[in-house]
Design a protein around this ligand. Structure first.
Ligand code: TXA
Ligand code: MG
Length: 351
C-alpha cells in the first residue's frame, strides 16, 4: 500500500480543510488514517465498520483480543454509541475534550471487532484541533489505538509514526509533536457508581479525586499482574512500550546511580534529568546521554519519554538505564509506562 503524507498543523485553512475532507472520505470508505492527538498519534478507522477495525489490528500486528478506543467529536456523542450515566456527564464536564477515556456499556452499533467481544467500549473525545476536525469531517466515530507497531512505545511525532507505519496505512497526517506524550487516562465506571483507574495518563488521580468521591486504582497500574489474576483491561497483559534493548530502572539518588553505572559494561544509554548531564558526562559520551527533562517537571518528562526511548532504540544499545519516577501527579503515568518498558526490572540502589 502507498501511504500518503500530509501536514495539517491547524485545521482552519482551506488547504487543511481539503486535506481533512479527503481523509474523512478515506475513513468512510473503510481505509486507515493516522492522525495527531494531544496524547499520542492514533491509527484510525471507521468505528462502525468491522472490516476497518480488522484492518487496524492487522496494520499494528495487534492481538484481536485487545479492544480499541472510539474517538468522538463531542462528549455528548457518547450517548449514540454507549449507555452513558450521570457520572459520565460529570467526567465529561470536567475533563472533555482532553486526555481521558471512559469505559461504558456499548450499544450494538459498535461492532464486536472494535471492542474485542466485550460488552463495554472505551470512549474518548480528544482536544487536539486536528483530531477534532478529522472526526467531524469523517462523520463517523474513529476507532484508534496508538499508531505504533504492537509492543513498541507510542509515537509522539510523525517521524516515529513513519518508522513503524509507512506502507501499512492509507494516510499519515503530520500535526506536530503530541503535547502530553503518554496515552490517555483510562477509567471504568463500575456498576456501583465508583470509578476504577485502569491506565494513568494526563488526567491524574488527583484531578479525578477533585471531581469524583471514590476512585480506585487497579493493582496492575503499579505492579505486574499476578499469575491467574483477572485482567481488567486486555492491554494490561501485554509487554508494552518496550524498545528492543532491555530497559533497567534505577531506584536511587544521582550519587547511587552514578556509583552503580560506573560498573556497567557494554554499550549503554542513560536517561537522566537535565541537571545531571554534567555529572554523567564523566561516564557517558554525549550521544549516549538522553535528557528527559527538568527533575521537578514531570509533565516535561512525560512529554519526552516515548520520544527518547524510540531515539535511544535506533542507536542499538545493550542496555538502557533510566531513573525510577515518583508516583504523584503525572508521575504515576510515567511510572506505569516505565515499569512496563523495563519488563518490571527495577534495581533498588537505596542502602
Ligand atoms: O491516548 C490514547 O488513549 C491513544 C490515542 C490515540 O487516543 N490511544 C490508545 O489506544 O492509547 P490503545 O489501543 O493503544 O490503548 C487502549 C487501551 C488498551 O490497553 C485496551 O486494552 C484498553 O484501552 N481498552 C479498550 N477498550 C476497553 C474495554 N472495553 N475495557 C477495558 N479496557 C479497554
Ligand atoms: Mg497502545
Amino acid at each position: 500500500m502507498t501511504t500518503e503524507f500530509v501536514t495539517v498543523t491547524s485545521p482552519d485553512s482551506p488547504d487543511a480543510q481539503r486535506k481533512l475532507a479527503h481523509a474523512g472520505q478515506i475513513l468512510r470508505d473503510g481505509g486507515l488514517v493516522i492522525f495527531p492527538t494531544e496524547t499520542v498519534y492514533g491509527l484510525g478507522g471507521d468505528a462502525t465498520n468491522s472490516a476497518a477495525a480488522a484492518a487496524i489490528y492487522a496494520a499494528k500486528g495487534r492481538p484481536s483480543d485487545n479492544p480499541l478506543i472510539i474517538h468522538i467529536a463531542e462528549p455528548q456523542d457518547a450517548a449514540r454509541y454507549t449507555y452513558t450515566c450521570a457520572l459520565y456527564d460529570r467526567l465529561a464536564r470536567a475533563f472533555m475534550p482532553g486526555p481521558l477515556t471512559v469505559i461504558l456499556r456499548s450499544r450494538d452499533c459498535i461492532p464486536l471487532t472494535v471492542r474485542a467481544g466485550l460488552d463495554t467500549v472505551a470512549v474518548r473525545c480528544p482536544s487536539h484541533p486536528v483530531a477534532h476536525a478529522l472526526i467531524a469531517a469523517a462523520g463517523v466515530p474513529i476507532a484508534a489505538p496508538s499508531a505504533n507497531l504492537s509492543g513498541k512505545p507510542s509515537p509522539t511525532c510523525a517521524a516515529h509514526v513513519r518508522d513503524d507505519m509507512n506502507g501499512r496505512v492509507n494516510m499519515i497526517i503530520d500535526g506536530g509533536e503530541a503535547q502530553v506524550g503518554l496515552e490517555s487516562t483510562i477509567v471504568k465506571i463500575e456498576d456501583d457508581g465508583s470509578l476504577l483507574l485502569l491506565r494513568p495518563g494526563g488526567i491524574t488521580v488527583e484531578d479525578l479525586r477533585r471531581v469524583v468521591d471514590h476512585v480506585r486504582i487497579a493493582p496492575a497500574v503499579t505492579a505486574k499482574l499476578a499469575e491467574g489474576e483477572k485482567v481488567l483491561s486486555p492491554g494490561m497483559k501485554y509487554r508494552h512500550y518496550a524498545p528492543t534493548a532491555p530497559v533497567y530502572l534505577l531506584n536511587g539518588s544521582e550519587e547511587e546511580r552514578f556509583a552503580y553505572l560506573e560498573k556497567a559494561s557494554g554499550k549503554c544509554a542513560l536517561l537522566c534529568y537535565n541537571d545531571e548531564k554534567e555529572a554523567f558526562s564523566k561516564l557517558f559520551v554525549e550521544d549516549d546521554l538522553y535528557l528527559i527533562g527538568a527533575r521537578q517537571n514531570l509533565r516535561e518528562q512525560a512529554h519526552r519519554l516515548f520520544y527518547v526511548l524510540r531515539e535511544a532504540d535506533k542507536a542499538g544499545y545493550d542496555a538502557i538505564y533510566a531513573p525510577l519516577p515518583p508516583r504523584e501527579g503525572i508521575g504515576l503515568a510515567l511510572y506505569n509506562r516505565m515499569i512496563r518498558a523495563a519488563a518490571y526490572q527495577i534495581i533498588d540502589l537505596h542502602k
